[in-house]
Design a protein. Structure first.
Length: 190
């Protein structure tokens, strides 16, 4: 039976598109059952059709607390009983109860070489720190931000003429390769 994924997004969905392409071309043996966005109008919802996934919008602005939002989110996810939840630019911090409920089944991709540069604005922080190497990390989600066990990483050099845009573009290119490889690795380890 084909392993099932539920992908959570907030925006453009470029990692979702890369996952869809990798499934289409046989580089990832999985099925995306649903795509859930916390933002109405998220461009990434368009990519749900590429993998015949059901798109959902669960607008986080309609929930007074993170706990209530995550409970509603859990109810949608439970309809699909996925093997893994894939955070692909999902810009919410999940509650401890949510993480516990889906323990060891939530993956995230972060645009830095964790444990360095947790949180936001990683490209700007890498440049400000004078780092010579940057990259992306796929990790299991725990109840502490960007601290879960690392599954895989990809490195990119920081070039002398880099700005945040050029650096971000090179890292994103690696993310599109890395995420599907890491998902496949986790699914194979079962």
């Amino acid at each position: 039976m084909m392993p099932e994924l539920v992908v959570l997004i907030s925006g453009r969905g470029s990692n979702l598109k890369a996952i869809a392409d990798n499934i289409k071309y046989g580089r990832l043996n999985a099925k995306v059952s649903a795509v859930i966005s916390n933002k109405p109008g998220a461009k990434g919802l368009e990519y749900a059709a590429l993998v015949s996934a059901k798109p959902h919008v669960l607008d986080d602005s309609e929930y007074p607390s993170s706990q209530e939002y995550d409970l509603a989110l859990s109810k949608i996810i439970d309809k699909y009983t996925p093997d893994l939840l894939i955070l692909a630019g999902f810009m919410r911090i999940l509650t401890k109860d949510f993480v516990k409920r889906f323990n060891n089944r939530i993956l995230n991709i972060h645009p830095s070489l964790l444990p360095k540069h947790k949180g936001l604005n990683t490209h700007q922080r890498v440049l400000a720190a004078g780092d010579r190497v940057h990259g992306a990390t796929v990790h299991f989600v725990t109840d502490e931000l960007d601290t879960g066990p690392i599954i895989m990483q990809a490195e990119v050099p920081v070039l002398e003429n880099d700005d945040t845009a050029t650096l971000a573009a090179r890292v994103l290119k690696q993310e599109h390769i890395l995420y599907s490889r890491a998902i496949q690795k986790v699914l194979l380890q079962g």
